[in-house]
Design a protein around this ligand. Sequence first.
Ligand SMILES: *[C@@H]1O[C@H](CO)[C@@H](O)[C@H](O)[C@H]1NC(C)=O
Ligand SMILES: *[C@@H]1O[C@H](CO)[C@@H](O)[C@H](O)[C@H]1NC(C)=O
Ligand SMILES: *[C@@H]1O[C@H](CO)[C@@H](O)[C@H](O)[C@H]1NC(C)=O
Ligand SMILES: *[C@@H]1O[C@H](CO)[C@@H](O)[C@H](O)[C@H]1NC(C)=O
Ligand SMILES: *[C@@H]1O[C@H](CO)[C@@H](O)[C@H](O)[C@H]1NC(C)=O
Ligand SMILES: *[C@@H]1O[C@H](CO)[C@@H](O)[C@H](O)[C@H]1NC(C)=O
Ligand SMILES: *[C@@H]1O[C@H](CO)[C@@H](O)[C@H](O)[C@H]1NC(C)=O
Length: 411
Amino acid sequence: MYSHFRFYLPVALIGAGAYIAACTPSSSTCESFCQERVENASSWEVDQHASRDFSFYATPSNFSSDLAPGSLLSVEPVTDLFNYSIPSGLSMSRIVYTTNDLNGTTLPASAYVLWPYTPLSTSDQQEQGFPMVAWAHGTSGVLRGCAPSNYRNLQYHFMAPFLLALQGMAVVAPDYAGLGINTLPNGQEIGHPWLSGPSQANDLANSIIAARKAFPSILTAEGPFVAMGHSQGGGAAWAFAEKQVNEPISGYKGTVAIAPPTRTIDHLKNAFGNITEPWAQVIIAGQPKLIAAVTAVFPSYNYSGLTPVSYDRWFNVLKPLDGCLPTDSVAFTNVTADQLAVPDWYEAPEVQRFAKVAESGRKKFKGPLLVVAGEADIVVPLDTVEPAVDDIGHESLSSHSSQPDEVATVG
Ligand SMILES: *[C@@H]1O[C@H](CO)[C@@H](O)[C@H](O)[C@H]1NC(C)=O
Ligand SMILES: *[C@@H]1O[C@H](CO)[C@@H](O)[C@H](O)[C@H]1NC(C)=O
Ligand SMILES: *[C@@H]1O[C@H](CO)[C@@H](O)[C@H](O)[C@H]1NC(C)=O
Ligand SMILES: *[C@@H]1O[C@H](CO)[C@@H](O)[C@H](O)[C@H]1NC(C)=O
Ligand SMILES: *[C@@H]1O[C@H](CO)[C@@H](O)[C@H](O)[C@H]1NC(C)=O
Ligand SMILES: *[C@@H]1O[C@H](CO)[C@@H](O)[C@H](O)[C@H]1NC(C)=O
Ligand SMILES: *[C@@H]1O[C@H](CO)[C@@H](O)[C@H](O)[C@H]1NC(C)=O
């Protein structure tokens, strides 16, 4: 879901806004003033990219859909940090690897690894290499340009990856399917299944497996790691803990899920009955991205929930600019709630199926799991998180084997 900090995305340290939209989309609803504002937003956003050249995110020629998820496709051992604003002492690598979508289809994806100057010392370090945090980022957007590995500050800067790496952890962070790499060799687009925790959990798990293949001497097969994420990434992290039950990865020490979305479609339905609430406005504004996410999972849905106005803004304004969250917000300014999405679009069978497959929480998980939610959070409200935690007791802890797992909430 949106980062709570969406309006505080740090401004790039370098770059002076020289970007000019490459093409002039023919929108029928966003007139010249609107278009200029969106292009200004896009230009601000593009200035935060480390590179405007996305050649790193082209699918490598040795990609094949027959590969197992977690296969390594290419490694950039030392990322040139000239255009990144990463604290001195840290270094970075990027990898391209295979992940799998909710159908089990193999897809190419990218990730960064942020390296500490020196690893946190642990007693058994010689054998276990660097301790690792598998970091799942929050919503950055849903298009190609929204890959955190191509942002000067990796999007979450000191809020997570810098801080963790400065403390001696290697941070392995997937961009998620559809972000960064968004095209298969045959030209088919890879959609980003936004707010599909189990899908982003696949990306997280496969990035760990692939990063270990890329750097086996320091990210060892048994090395200790924790999964952690915020907002969309909180849902990914929780789903990752659930995935550990049947698909364990060695070295797993637990999960931290911060502000995890759980049942997004239910949350949206509740919003329509609480339309004046600030939290309702947030999820209502997210509908075009949710409609795109349903289409990514069920292509036959084909953006059916968009109205002619939101279809125009999506395809003729946002997409041509490859816009992420800030551009998205501006591209949909002045689109009224009734023009954002077709009434009751979420009752369609594909959307109901999406609601089930995209859900995080309420299932068996491998812990320990720390769930953190904020009382003042209107993006992922506490009253959407708490019931999901409470329901674990009824629905899954009873069927849980091995050691008792722990779950805790922090208000
Ligand atoms: C939004 O609508 C108002 C009133 O019609 C107009 O003045 C303003 O320019 C519009 N803003 C954008 C971004 O289109
Ligand atoms: C777009 O940015 C330019 C340059 O900063 C500024 O002069 C112009 O007023 C902006 N346009 C809009 C519609 O905000
Ligand atoms: C793809 O090629 C790279 C070298 O460019 C190699 O490191 C990697 O192992 C290859 N992956 C597969 C699955 O063949
Ligand atoms: C840094 O960004 C500039 C401007 O976009 C570009 O010309 C240059 O190639 C980039 N350098 C690196 C190392 O990526
Ligand atoms: C308003 O939202 C709450 C959850 O915050 C939900 O329980 C309730 O059903 C909603 N009201 C309506 C009328 O949908
Ligand atoms: C995944 O499988 C479902 C059910 O078979 C199908 O409707 C959907 O199109 C598939 N999704 C993709 C991305 O192929
Ligand atoms: C989706 O709908 C558009 C028209 O809105 C149509 O041009 C396109 O062929 C459809 N795609 C699929 C996969 O059904």
